[in-house]
Design a protein around this ligand. Sequence first.
Ligand SMILES: [Zn+2]
Length: 154
Amino acid sequence: MPPPPLPPEAFVDAITQAPSLRLDKADRDWSKLNPAFAQEVLRLVAKLKQRGFPMTLLEGYRSVERQNLLAGKGSHVTQAKGGESKHQYGLAVDLAPVRDGKVVISEKDAWAMQAYQALGEEAAAAGLTWGGKWSFKDYGHVERAGSLRQLVKK
Ligand SMILES: [Zn+2]
C-alpha cells in the first residue's frame, strides 16, 4: 500500500528551489504507475526508511505534454522529449528524502546526498536503474531497467 500523501506544505521549499521543474504540477499518484513497478518502488522506499532515509514520491507519471514542457526549459532540466521518458509509461519515479516533514532536494545538502547514494545502492540491489549513475545526474530518479522500446512492446 502506498503511504498517505504528504501535506502540500512539505513540498513548498522544493518547488521554490527548483522552479524549472514545475514541481507544483507534478503527479504524485501511485495508482498511475505500472502496478508491478509501483510495488518495486514501495519495497525500495521501505528499505530506505530502515536505513534512516524516509523518501517520498516527488513525481511519478508524467504526461507527454508535461515532458515536452520540461524539455523546452533546456537540457539541464531533461534531455527526453515527450514519449521518450519512462515517466510517460509509469515505469519511472523521482523520489526525494524527507527531513522534519519537508522534502529536501538540494544536492548541496550532505544528508540528502547520503539518502540519494543509499537510494542508488538499493535500486541496484533491486535490479532497477538509478539516474544518479547517468552522465546527466538525476539523483532521485529510479526506473525499470531496459530499453523503452523493449519495455513498451509487451
Ligand atoms: Zn525522473
